[in-house]
Each structure stands twice: as structure tokens, then as C-alpha cells.
Design a protein around this ligand. Sequence first.
Ligand code: 8YV
Length: 326
Amino acid sequence: MPGPAHVLVFRELPPEQLARIQAQHRVTMANPRRPEQRAAFEAALPTAHGLIGSSYQLTPELLDRAPHLRVVSSISVGVDNYPLAYLRGRGIALCHTPGVLTETTADLIFALLLATSRRLVELAQLVRSGQWTSNIGPSLYGHDVHGKTVGILGMGRIGQALARRAALGFGMPVLYHSRQPVPPETLGPLAPLARHVPRDELLARADFVVCTLALTEDTRASLDAAAFAAMKPGAIFINGSRGAIVDEVALLAALDSGHLRAAGLDVFAAEPLPLDSPLRTHPQVVPLPHAGSATHETRQAMAVLATDNLLSALAGRLPAGRVANA
Ligand code: 8YV
């Protein structure tokens, strides 16, 4: 593309990444999630060649207002905020940041397994509130994590990283369900330890059911009342991918009935979680603010890769993080 482009930055970037873009292109900073910046965001669309950001649904209606758009670079691995077919139809490159957040996100998901099963939030609150006045008794005991069966829905990079932690670090039998079994050469040391099973078998046998699925039309609301009912009594449900995959009303019912022991949730159908959501204060829920990739190291790596992707695409080169089939 001859000459400088116009780049619309719709999520805050680290200053040095912003400077890399400003060194080559004209930049407009406008985060539409901030109501006072929405007008500036929409005013910049008609002349934008590139968009970089995350956490905002870019609809075809919005993108129709950007006739010169050549690339959307998302600071995320998930691409559920973007209309893939529409972008493909217009020949607009969509880029994301796979790989750089895998281990960080798997760490947090595994922390949710430990926090729910060992009741870490309750116990910390007991101490913080000054109520630790004697040895804790059975009413505050948790349940072991090591040696229990973990069932992973979706066995992509994050699912496999989680399986490694579980199988190799905690001696946990691993069951997983995905469209296709993962080739043994890809699983590596996990190959003899992680079994691909039908979804219903996973739900019926797992002590921990962990969702690492991408949000697609197939997975939207797929974890519903029937799925929760199929889970083992006393199982713990963990969601580290997208809230819209879960029927939250059905999840609450499964917790309130006592069928599920607990839920660890880093993602919700509406984010930030509305104050009136019963999931926010439910005694058996450990709720986190979509913090999967939220470490200094990883958010920096995501910003660098997203900036690389944007600059490559605007220079007519194939970006490393180009989303396949988009
Ligand atoms: C992002 C994530 O931080 O990468 C993803 O898909 O969910 C997180 O790492 C989040 O999307 C940004 O809002």
C-alpha cells in the first residue's frame, strides 16, 4: 500500500507499540467501549485502512462504514467478535494472537480448578474477616484435585496446555472431546495420558468439566441444562473460554440443586458481569474478570504480535497471525 495508512486503535496499546504504528501511519485512538469515545471511533471508520484492538463486536453494519479497510488486527486469540464470512467476502485480513497467551491462560484455568475444589476464596475470606479462631473442621474442607479425572471440552492449544498441567503435574486422568482426536505427534508426552471420548462419556465421568471451546454458532449455549444434568453429581464446572457457550440460568439451577459442587468462571455471557447477576455472589462460584491472559508478560506479547500483524498486512506481507479461513 503506497504511503501512510490510517489506523484506528480501538483498545489501549502499550506506548512503544503505538509508537511503532505512528512511525509509519496516521493513528486515531478511540475505544468504543468508552461511551465518550464512541463518536470518534465511528467518525474514523470511513477513512480507516486498519483496525487494531479487542473486546468490541465489529458488526457488518459497522464495517460497512469502513470502505477502505484492509486489515483487522485483534489483540486476542478468540475471534468471536468478528464476522468471518463478511471479512472474507470483502478480502479484509483478520489477524489474532494465538500461542503467546496459551500457557498463561492455562495457568489461570488450572487455578480455577484449585480455587473451586479447595475453596480458596472462602478460606481467604474466613481469615481476612478475622473468623479464623480455631482449626478448620469438615464444614470447610475441600476436595482433592490431584488424581481426579479432568474432562476438557475443546483440545486446542489452551486445552492441551491444561491437559499437560493436569496429567503431568497432578497425576490426573485426562478425557477430552473435540471434533477430531488430536494426532499423537501433536499431543507429544500427553498422547498416552489424554483420551478422546464422546462428549456424553466425558460429561458422565469427569470430576472437573473444563470448557476451552471457541465460541461459534455450534458451541453457543451448547452447555445447557441437559449437559449439566449429564455431569457427574458433585462435579465442578470451569469455563475459561467464552460465557456465551453456557446457559447461565441452567448452570445456576445445577448449582442450586446441589448437582454441581461448584463453578469457576473467568468468562460470562455479559462482561463486565452485571452487578445483579446471581453468579457474582453465588457461594459456590469463583468468578474472575476475564483475566485468563492478564499478565504483564502476556499482554505485552499479545500487543507486540497484534502490532506485527497490522504492520505486515498494511505493508502487503502475510501476517504471522492471519486467521486461517478468514
Ligand atoms: C483477551 C481472550 O484478553 O484472547 C482472547 O481470546 O479472551 C483474552 O486473552 C480478551 O479477548 C480481550 O478482551
